[in-house]
Design a protein around this ligand. Structure first.
Ligand SMILES: [Zn+2]
Length: 84
């Protein structure tokens, strides 16, 4: 699944897949409709967990979470740099 790196600076939401509410899986989208995780990849509990965690970071700008997110941002440091 292709997406632009700025999805990490947008709020995310959990959405139902085409099978609806009864399905085990959920999709993750940015609030403006860019697909991050498509159907059949992640269960609803985990989807909710990731979205909550991500959105919480956007609000609180938690430093540790921020460093984690920098690994993915275009201007951020590389993963290896963050480990050292
Ligand atoms: Zn599904």
């Amino acid at each position: 699944m292709e997406f632009t790196k700025d999805v990490f600076s947008k709020k995310w939401k959990v959405t139902l897949c085409h099978a609806g509410k009864q399905c085990w899986c959920r999709e993750i989208y940015t609030v403006d409709g860019e697909c991050i995780i498509m159907e059949g990849c992640i269960n609803k509990l985990l989807a909710k967990y990731f979205v909550t965690l991500h959105n919480k970071f956007l609000i609180t700008k938690n430093k540790k979470l921020g460093n984690m997110c920098k690994q993915f941002s275009p201007k951020g440091r590389s993963f290896e740099e963050n480990l050292s």
